[in-house]
Design a protein around this ligand. Structure first.
Ligand code: NAD
Length: 411
């Protein structure tokens, strides 16, 4: 067992220990219901063939169809995908949306293939998993290095296979083919709503607080944008190559233009270049990891100076480090709550696709806020009641709902 899946199960065990769930069936959650591991050849632009490896893990569907992102990354592996699928089961239960958990991945470096090659890779992957996905079975969505264009290819290929236009087969699609308003910014927007609720509970005034964001993609860049638009001071951001820091605060809109033009964050006027490790150790009020998992571990936990860590990425703080931070009074807002805005608006997109009736932005935002307020309140009160950190609180909330579903459905 590698670290990610061991991590996920340790978080599960901890919640079971605290709450003492009386449900033997919960043992099911230690396993994935279905694991699809494939290898497929793809014709490259130069005429050669390359074999790619892909995965789709369907962890649990007791509360509804499987739901989870599709990740393209050179380091994707089965254990990582298993852990990410497990976390989706928990996340959908915390958010109280009628889905189970799944995740997919293809081992590919998107920076080293052309757009046409990426399309062929995506379509071939879709053909191989088509019989296992669909609006009532398993609904993929974007994750690291996948985007609305990739979702459009998945949806198109799937629609050809089943012989009818099926927008509800994936979420995170472009608006023109059934995407939802607000889905592109939903993960960050949801994270921002959670932060607002947290500040209110902690009686913290946000003005003047400092933020550092690791990762400058869908989750991280949009979070930095939303923070800046709300007059909050983002002093550091990073991407896969490096980070930048300016204690006076970064102009995020100008930074986005700079990154688009130069292809990198470094070289931005007035800011110092730093490493990703240095970004994590900055003396900021809120640290927001929004890239990969396991970036805060026992090796660097003692160097973390932030008061609040908002897990916009999945699994960025390992459990042992999380417990140490909790003892030091550092609050970690767990991924299964912090980044659930993405899957919540994916759910809204699916509902709109099934109904063929589309919502305006105000309706999406209002519903997102309502859903997240309830999830935050449940997690906050449960953590207080059992005197545990927010992660264990979130797991108790989720496992309670999953237990009910397991019991009522029977074996
Ligand atoms: P993305 O592909 O849009 O962006 C990823 C960003 O991370 C890029 O800026 C990339 O340069 C950076 N990055 C890659 N490797 C890095 C490294 N080693 N150190 C620092 N930065 C690195 O991906 P995303 O959709 O923003 O996903 C980021 C995280 O958020 C993932 O953990 C993902 O599972 C999680 N998440 C995303 C969504 C969503 O809706 N997109 C929803 C929930 C959770």
């Amino acid at each position: 067992m590698t670290n990610e899946i061991r991590e996920a199960l340790a978080q599960f065990d901890r919640a079971c220990e605290v709450y003492d769930f009386e449900c033997e069936e919960l043992e099911m959650l230690k396993y994935s219901q279905r694991i699809i591991e494939i290898a497929f050849p793809v014709r490259m632009d130069d005429g050669s063939f390359r074999v790619f490896r892909g995965y789709r893990v369907q962890h649990n569907d007791v509360r509804g169809p499987y739901k989870g992102g599709l990740r393209f990354h050179p380091e994707v592996n089965l254990d990582e995908v298993k852990a990410l699928a497990f976390w989706m089961t928990i996340k959908c239960a915390v958010a109280d949306i009628p889905y189970g958990g799944a995740k997919g991945g293809i081992k590919v470096d998107t920076k080293k293939v052309s757009k046409n090659e990426l399309e062929r890779i995506t379509r071939s992957y879709t053909r191989h998993i088509a019989e296992f996905i669909g609006p009532e079975k398993d609904i993929p969505a974007p994750d690291m290095y996948t985007n609305p264009q990739v979702m459009a290819w998945v949806m198109d290929e799937y629609s050809h296979i089943v012989g009818r236009n099926t927008p509800a087969a994936v979420t995170g699609k472009p608006l023109t083919i059934g995407g939802s308003l607000g889905r592109d910014t939903a993960t960050a927007q949801g994270g921002f709503y959670i932060l607002e609720m947290l500040f209110k509970e902690l009686k913290i005034k946000p003005a003047g607080l400092t933020f550092a964001v690791q990762g400058f993609g869908n989750a991280g860049m949009n979070m930095a944008k939303i923070l800046a638009a709300n007059n909050l001071k983002v002093v550091a951001v990073s991407d896969s190559s490096s980070g930048i820091h300016d204690p006076r605060g970064l102009d995020i809109e100008k930074l986005i233009v700079h990154k688009e033009k130069s292809g990198k964050l470094s070289g931005f006027a007035g800011a110092k270049t730093i490493t990703n490790e240095q970004l994590l150790e900055l003396p900021v009020k809120v640290l927001i990891p929004a890239a990969l998992e396991a970036v805060i571990t026992d090796a660097n936990v003692n160097k973390i100076k932030a008061d609040i860590i908002m897990e916009l990425a999945n699994g960025p703080v390992v459990m042992s480090a999380c417990q140490k931070l909790h003892k030091r009074g550092v609050m970690v807002v767990p991924d299964v709550l912090a980044n659930s805005g993405g899957v919540i608006v994916s759910y809204f997109e699916w509902v709109q696709n099934l109904r063929h009736f589309y919502w305006d932005m105000a309706k999406v935002q209002d519903h997102l806020k309502v859903q997240l307020s309830k999830a935050f309140k449940d997690v906050w009160q449960t953590a207080k009641k059992y005197d545990v950190n927010l992660r264990t609180g979130a797991y108790i909330v989720a496992l309670g709902k999953i237990t009910k579903a397991l019991n009522v459905r029977g074996t």
